[in-house]
Design a protein around this ligand. Structure first.
Ligand code: ADP
Ligand code: NA
Length: 330
């Protein structure tokens, strides 16, 4: 039986991935690359819908790819490539855009949120048609499953609608993909505001654990994490969100159960838990950080790996685009 086609994209919108990305996305992708025909794309064409600097974008694109490989994404098991290396994305997006209602695109809540934040001057047509490009990304590879967070649900629905619309107008062409929320994905919260999810867009980075931070910085952030006055190391998400978040991180990264960790630290202070956690986090981050630096040190090899990914992606994307062109009379 052939493996299901799974597609996932990430924007090269920061220098370093954070712990939330690692736990919520990467660890799942590592499993998927063995169980699925997995395609991972650094979506730099999406990234230019927000403010960006060309040189920084180039660095972040390579840096994002390097961190994925460093964390264990194996370019031999899956396809890893950069979106702008595959022209079919933009070509299919144009065609799908002509089949998307203006009102339909206008209902996307992410567009409404972002356009409000960006203001009139920075709200571009590209930001508006972002979900159409995302539909093209997915449909080009005849994707069956798209691992997504809750915030992307609406875009997956649009993708499905577009696939069905195309199929019914022009004949069976696209696989209609399903969104799926990976089963065992823990949510990681901000260390300073443990009721908000850890995010690169947080107001300050004091509560954000970045993979590429220096060990001292990571340690300091963990030692300063917000806890509570009750002093007991016990998991209680509602009453003790700070301590619970630390326990979740500890558990996910060490593979130990929360009960086991509670037992180890029973009767001890938050300082001890934080020290132990800092070691666990460093144990996870250090090898990724070191491997990322090595990969970025050898640009020729990294570029070659991505070029090879793009060749394989192009072959599959071109086959779909050719069929689409035939169907619509190009
Ligand atoms: P950010 O919120 O920092 O902008 P993204 O939206 O770029 O992160 O998310 C990229 C991936 O990382 C998504 O798959 C998302 O589900 C996952 N992710 C991001 N933040 C967290 C978090 N705090 N906990 C768990 N998963 C997360
Ligand atoms: Na695979």
């Amino acid at each position: 039986m052939s493996q299901p086609v799974i597609y996932s994209g990430m924007q090269p919108s920061s220098e370093s991935l954070h712990l939330g990305n690692y736990v919520g996305a990467l660890t799942n992708w590592l499993k998927l690359q063995d169980e699925a025909d997995a395609i991972f794309c650094v979506v730099n064409q999406h990234a230019i819908t927000s403010k960006f600097e060309p040189e920084q974008l180039r660095e972040r694109t390579l840096g994002t790819a390097a961190q994925y490989i460093a964390a264990g994404i194996d370019p031999a098991k899956s396809i890893l490539y950069v979106q702008s290396d595959v022209p079919a994305h933009a070509q299919l997006a144009w065609i799908l855009g002509t089949m998307t209602g203006f009102g339909e695109a206008g209902r996307m809540t992410q567009f409404k949120d972002k356009s409000q934040r960006f203001g009139a001057d920075a709200t571009t047509v590209g930001l508006f048609t972002y979900p159409v490009l995302m539909a093209a990304d997915i449909l080009l590879f005849q994707t069956e499953q798209v691992p997504v967070g809750e915030d992307q649900r609406q875009h997956i629905e649009l993708t499905r609608d577009l696939a069905e619309r195309f199929n019914s107008r022009y004949g069976d062409t696209f696989v209609v993909p399903e969104g799926y929320i990976p089963p065992s994905s823990a949510k990681i919260y901000d260390l300073q505001d443990p009721t908000a999810k850890m995010s690169k867009s947080a107001a300050t980075d004091a509560g954000l654990l970045s993979i590429l931070d220096a060990p001292k910085v990571t340690q300091k952030k963990i030692m300063r994490a917000v806890t509570d006055a009750d002093g007991e190391i016990r998991y209680d998400k509602d009453a003790k969100p700070g301590v619970s978040n630390l326990l979740t991180i500890y558990s996910v990264l060490s593979g130990r159960s929360i009960a086991d960790i509670e037992a180890e630290y029973s009767g001890r202070g938050y300082g001890d838990l934080k020290k132990g956690l800092a070691e666990v986090v460093e144990g996870t981050f250090a090898p990724i950080r070191e491997r990322t630096a090595e990969l970025l040190d050898d640009r020729t090899e990294l570029t070659r790996l991505l070029r090879d990914g793009a060749d394989r992606a192009n072959e599959r994307a071109e086959a779909t685009l050719k069929l689409v062109h035939e169907r619509i009379g190009f």
